[in-house]
Write a protein that binds this ligand. Sequence first.
Ligand code: PTJ
Length: 233
Amino acid sequence: MKREKIIEGMKMGIVAEAGLIAHGRGEAFDYLLGEKTVLEADLAEKIAAYHLLLAKNPVVSVNGNTAVLVPDDMIKLSEIIPAKLEINLFYRNEERVKKIADLLRDHGAKEILGENPDAEIPGLDHKRALCTKEGTIEADVIIIPLEDGDRASALKKMGKTIIAVDLNPLSRTSKAADVTVVDDVVRALPKMISYIEEIRKKEESEDMMKSGIADFNNSDNLEKILNRMGKKG
Ligand code: PTJ
């Protein structure tokens, strides 16, 4: 079903051609995880929820793949945090931005950034750099599911706290991020949403969240996942 959504999304002009290849790479890594959320991913999802809850100006970044795979979850996540929803494309063209924005609006998104970019991420070529001041530039925490390594590294250089969702634990994005969720985005976003709800219900204090973040080591977590992949899930 995921594959069909991606193919259909490409035919509709929402998913980039490279999005198909990216999806195939994701599937291969997911097989090595046993197509389930492993313990280390679950931990990263909880730490990501802490970061998002503590953030002053969090941003949820949407691209072609995530727009077709998880539109409702992206919108829900941005609403419950609350965080800004911004379309940020690696293979940017205005027609695709518009189609993604329309799709998100059809799914109920009220405010979407990225259609009228007014800023650039330093260090990237013009189209890839386009973003908004209100979103990416002012963000302290940014969640970037299925992000390209150049953009992830450029965001890190800007001093952002980065939450990546990437099934490849060896990617440059995974290594650049503060928290890397090595899980399929279709499982990762609902889990983060549940963690946010649970943390709120339990009334976890800011200190508890900060100490959870301080105890988390992203490189160690990635190393554990790689070992797990070697042993097949
Ligand atoms: O829509 P655009 O123009 O912004 O382009 C989006 C893509 C994904 C094409 C672009 O950002 C790109 O080229 O990304 P990369 O460098 O291919 O990285 C995408 C990463 O996401 C790869 O490491 C994949 O393994 C991983 N991935 C693919 N599908 C999933 C995934 N991770 C989590 N869940 C998935 N479903």
